[in-house]
Write a new protein. Sequence first.
Length: 388
Amino acid sequence: MKHPYIPYGRQCIDEEDIQAVVEVLKSDYLTTGPKIQEFEEKVAAYVGCKYTVAIANGTAALHAACYAADINTGDEVITTPLTFAATSNSILYLGGKPIFADINADTYNIDPQEIEKKITNKTKALIAVDFAGQPAELFKIKALAEKHDLIFIEDAAHSLGAEIMDSKKTWHKVGSIADMTTFSFHPVKHITTAEGGMICTNNPKLYEKLLLFRSHGITRSPKLLMDKTHGTWFYEQQLLGYNYRLSDIQAALGISQLKKLDTFIKRRREIATIYNKAFSENSFRDKVTIPFQIENSKSSYHIYILKLKPSSIGKNRNEIFNKLSNLNLGVNVHYIPVYYHPYYQSLGYSKGICPITEKIYEDIITIPLYPGMSDEDVDYVIKSIKEV
Ligand SMILES: *Cc1c(COP(=O)(O)O)cnc(C)c1O
């Protein structure tokens, strides 16, 4: 008998979440109502930033951030190739040019030294991803951005609740450091609203632009109107925005999920610790590399990645992947280097740009990790991997 399928990630929804959604369905506002502001305020308080904009999804959050960063045709934006395509797609939406900088071979996060090598007079912004939940070198990247007058966007789709220590040994949650930090609330992420996202910033000018961009570029705010002669009913479209609004149904789910975020993260860390121990036993040490945890940060473990050493295992990644799939484990690979995709190849990117990323891509495998996993699930994952 096969063990029931264990996905690599999944949501954790309880009765309280369901009730929160049902209440909104019975209320006056399904969208643009009070739950949006409440969700925004609660996320701002949680991460410790001044402004938050709830938005349709994590990709829309990145699109909005690139818009607010004033990315235009020909502008270069430096980012990591080891990410979901949405990160660099958001640059392309605005006519910008993604420039891929290689990653650090231990953390798999974008390497600040590689960023610096790629800065030109066309560079407008930097987008770092907190890979697998471990913050990128945010303070170094922030310093680089300040030095070269660039906007720093942090794609924190993996890292809600993660923390990083500054040079004065003060801990900060991600969301309070970059010029703009974006989150995703897709079901595999730390909390879910089905589809959903958020942008965090401390900059009032960026905040204003993000708000306009989310809703057609239209404002009703008397303070912002350019023409004040019409009347109280008047509104203006001041730029070309989108309908990227989140609904109140989703925001209510987000508020309810947020209450459980710290418990979710605790369980994610607990499972990661069990995996770390199991996969660093002597008999295993020459076969896999466990995630590298830097000292001045606390990962919130969106995903758990093992780097295989196929030569000492005697099997290649595909064989191992297929065997684990057959054991009903939802293994995955995060990620195919973005510029390998045919669309990026058609734009003129060629293989060889980021050799460290390309090498690591060959050997990584993502194994199941989500807060709803039982101890028995965790044991089954470990047992299966050891067997294979
Ligand atoms: C999930 C994810 C996104 C996109 O988020 P959506 O909410 O699915 O649009 C962007 N970047 C990274 C790194 C992600 O993991």
